[in-house]
Design a protein around this ligand. Structure first.
Ligand code: HPA
Length: 273
């Protein structure tokens, strides 16, 4: 499959027929922000399955809907459900959502995710503003013919997590009950959680948290020059930090426990962007 500019335009043109305004901010709702969708006023919901040339999520806890509406007085579009390489998508396919958001006219992207804490000063329930990432696994989503309309073949990623948005997120933490850090996210492809040896290696390399998402979307946003904020919720200490096996139940329980406070925090950031 060749992903041309027209390929992405087809999805965006369809979505433009569903809403009469341009959303300013896109928010990708990770496992910890499912309930955020209830905070969206005047929602217009579009199933991914109805969007031409789009992808369909296969993870049970990811809904698979684009929700347009208003949050904190701002026009937003939320992706409830995202796509991961472990579902079987090629890295090259994972550019689709963010490119469609770009063509919709979205200015700023907020990515959220659940992650395992590698930094032993972190605790489950803490939030990490992503300052930078490490991705040694898998291809770049920008592999293949470059679509010049989006950005250049070779592009800078040294400030891809927009410094002013990171500062805003840290400032918003001051009167939040959440503990908010700034740190480095390391991508692992999953679907298995990491081994304890991988986590020790990640720590030596400078990672503070690990997860299976976000980086492909972030690189796509960086390629087309979109300001970007990415937030991780520590749903668990990473493998081997505690002397017990890791389960997705633990991840879901922390995600549910923190969802309300995390939603409030993200709403505050949206209001101030
Ligand atoms: N590893 C990878 N992805 C995750 C984790 C983890 O420990 N927790 C939540 N998502």
């Amino acid at each position: 499959m060749e992903y041309t500019y027209e390929y992405f335009q087809k999805s965006a043109d369809f979505l433009k027929t569903k809403v009469g305004y341009v959303p300013e901010i896109a928010i990708v709702l990770g496992s910890c922000l499912g309930p955020f969708s209830q905070a969206i006023e005047d929602p217009t919901v579009v199933d991914y399955a109805d969007i031409p040339n789009f992808l369909v999520s296969t993870v049970a806890s990811h809904a698979g809907k684009m929700i347009f509406g208003t949050v904190a007085g701002r026009k937003v579009v939320c992706m409830s459900g995202r796509f991961h390489s472990y579902e079987g998508y090629d890295f090259e396919q994972l550019v689709i959502p963010v490119r469609v958001l770009k063509l919709l006219g979205v200015k700023t992207v907020i990515l959220t995710n659940a992650a395992g804490a590698v930094n032993t000063d972190y605790r489950p329930g803490d939030v990490m503003v992503i300052a930078d990432h490490i991705k040694l696994n898998g291809n770049s989503p920008l592999r293949g013919p470059n679509v010049e309309e989006f950005g250049p073949r070779f592009f800078d990623v040294s400030q891809m997590y927009t410094p002013s948005l990171r500062k805003l997120a840290l400032d918003c933490a001051e009167d939040s009950p959440l503990r908010v850090h700034e740190g480095v996210y390391m991508f692992f492809p999953g679907p298995q959680f990491e081994t304890p040896a991988e986590i020790r290696a990640a720590r030596i390399l400078g990672a503070d948290a690990v997860g299976m998402s976000t980086v492909t979307e972030a690189l796509t946003a960086a390629h087309c020059g979109m300001p970007l904020l990415a937030l991780s919720v520590m749903t668990n200490m990473a493998a081997g930090v505690l002397d017990r096996p890791l389960t997705d139940t633990e991840v879901d329980e922390t995600a549910n426990m923190i969802a309300g406070e995390f939603s409030e925090y993200v709403k505050k950031i949206v209001a101030l962007i």
